[in-house]
Ligand binder design. Sequence first.
Ligand SMILES: Nc1ncnc2c1ncn2[C@@H]1O[C@H](COP(=O)(O)OP(=O)(O)OP(=O)(O)O)[C@@H](O)[C@H]1O
Ligand SMILES: [Mg+2]
Length: 227
Amino acid sequence: MIDIKGITKSFGSLQVLKGIDLHINKGEVVSIVGPSGAGKTTLLQIIGTLDKPDSGSIMVDGIETSNLSKNKLSEFRNQHLGFVFQFHQLLPEFTAIENVMMPAYIAGVKPKEARAKAEELLHFMGLSDRATHKPNELSGGEKQRVAVARALINNPSVILADEPSGSLDTKNKADLHQLFFDLRDKFGQTFVIVTHDETLATLTDRTIHLKDGLIINDEKPSETTTI
Ligand SMILES: Nc1ncnc2c1ncn2[C@@H]1O[C@H](COP(=O)(O)OP(=O)(O)OP(=O)(O)O)[C@@H](O)[C@H]1O
Ligand SMILES: [Mg+2]
């Protein structure tokens, strides 16, 4: 599903990624952990085609993304990837349901169809009664669930999440994490999640430890090794 080979990336004289190889299967929930500055966000952005590597190859759904033009890349992201960030990044002037529908509009889905899918997703998130509210009328947890619904609307192959629960309290955090596993169990949704949350990391199918630009450990929780 995702196949990454030999990814390197430098910012000026700072080499942030020093040769990353990674294979992620469909339906896996993978966490990426590591100290601040280890290159987690950089790696996620490169997987998400929001940034380009200096060298190496990235295949997502059998498509080599590092060769795509700018226009093709936006189309690719819209159709194959879903993003969830630490801060929801919902558009403030649009309602929850309009925010969820947005990527479908961009993909050219008929408004009626997009609305029906958005309603279904918001229902799944337990947010049907918040659908017509704007982001500033929603709680932090609700906003993140709307962001997850938005990430899901075009049936992405993978959802890439960077500290998705980083701004939430304990209860909302636990609910959001449960939602990821529900989506994996019910729909086979694949997730790659950068997190500092140890509880989440131990729940995921695999935890990738990044340090100084390299994967130093790639483990299933049952095979815990010391680092
Ligand atoms: N656009 C950029 N220009 C220059 N340096 C950058 C840029 N983006 C990231 N860096 C540097 O690259 C290194 C890795 O950054 P990255 O954001 O990937 O770390 P991270 O593992 O996500 O850290 P954190 O846990 O704090 O979010 C850091 O030293 C950072 O300062
Ligand atoms: Mg980061």
